[in-house]
Write a protein that binds this ligand. Structure first.
Ligand SMILES: Nc1ncnc2c1ncn2[C@@H]1O[C@H](COP(=O)(O)OP(=O)(O)O)[C@@H](O)[C@H]1O
Ligand SMILES: [Mg+2]
Length: 284
């Protein structure tokens, strides 16, 4: 807990550096707002040591459909603490993707609240939401979603580019992570010349390199064989241990469920069980 908080402060430190380097033009306004947003949240974390990384309150998502609307998520209230390695599991169609997309501000809730980094997402404008996504949330998708014309390094540094970091610092950060995850030497390859497992590693590096408080991974192993899945999960677990970054998965892969330190099962858009496992790094 303390460690994760230290780490989230650590990413604050990196944010300072980023602000210092990316001090040009439009980024300034964003950074100032972000700093303003982050400071009270950090203050709150100091006084209330248990501030959640994610909190939902009676969260609903209803899609209009014929003959009747689909209630994909039905009144979910929960908290995920900083540093957790948690999975939402359940059969296809139970609402995992919809729920994760609401946490990430990719889909607006129909009703209820989502709190991330001390802010309730429905109160944010689209630009504010975009800034929160850029600075506080990393995404990993089933299909990797790398840009085919960019090299592995260029794909991985994309978040930092958007954050306004200068090229040397971007390269340094990406290279360090590539070393750490066994991708050293593959920086100049385009996605088409990488295996699925390697592409997903690049996607994970892209997700964590900006030191977000939170990484959301939707079925990250669905296109990988079991060996590549195992390696990818070990890599994410190491990053979780080393950086304190919160990881939240949506999955129906038993291998991911085995690794998760907390498993939240959804059925028909509702939580039916929520179990913290032995081996959880929280509090360790
Ligand atoms: N954009 C959409 N429009 C209408 N229905 C949707 C939409 N997205 C998801 N749904 C429905 O919501 C339910 C939950 O879907 P989803 O969140 O994708 O589940 P999961 O990721 O667990 O497979 C399903 O019944 C699905 O058909
Ligand atoms: Mg899904």
């Amino acid at each position: 807990m303390n460690e994760s908080e230290t780490n989230s402060q650590g990413s604050g430190g990196a944010t300072e550096a980023r602000r210092a380097t990316g001090s040009g033009g439009a980024t300034d306004t964003g950074s100032a707002t972000e700093a303003g947003g982050a400071t009270p949240a950090r203050g709150t974390a100091d006084t209330a040591a248990t501030e959640a990384a994610v909190r939902t309150v009676e969260l609903w998502k209803t899609f209009p459909a014929e003959p009747e609307p689909v209630h994909a998520v039905r009144g979910v209230s929960l908290e995920i603490m900083p540093g957790e390695f948690a999975a939402f599991a359940g059969p296809s169609g139970c609402g995992k993707t919809t729920f994760l997309n609401m946490l990430g501000g990719l889909t607006r809730a129909t009703k209820g609240e989502v709190w991330i980094a001390g802010r309730e997402l429905s109160t944010l404008s689209e630009p504010e939401l975009a800034r929160l996504r850029l600075n506080s949330i990393g995404f990993v998708f089933q299909a990797y979603n790398l840009l085919p014309v960019l090299t592995a390094l260029e794909n991985a540094e994309f978040t930092l580019l958007l954050q306004g970091m200068d090229a040397d610092e971007r390269q340094k950060r990406v290279s360090e992570l590539f070393d750490r995850v066994g991708m050293a030497g593959l920086e100049d390859r385009r996605p088409g010349r990488l295996s699925g497992g390697q592409q997903q590693r690049v996607a994970v590096v892209r997700a964590v390199v900006g030191e977000p408080a939170l990484v959301l991974a939707d079925e990250p192993t669905a296109n990988l064989d079991s060996h590549a899945s195992e390696e990818l999960l070990a890599m994410m677990e190491d990053l979780n241990h080393q950086t304190g970054t919160t990881f939240i998965f949506a999955t129906h892969d038993p291998m991911v469920m085995d690794r998760a330190h907390r498993m939240i099962r959804l059925v028909d858009g509702q939580v039916v069980s929520d179990e913290v496992r032995a081996g959880s790094s929280r509090g360790a």
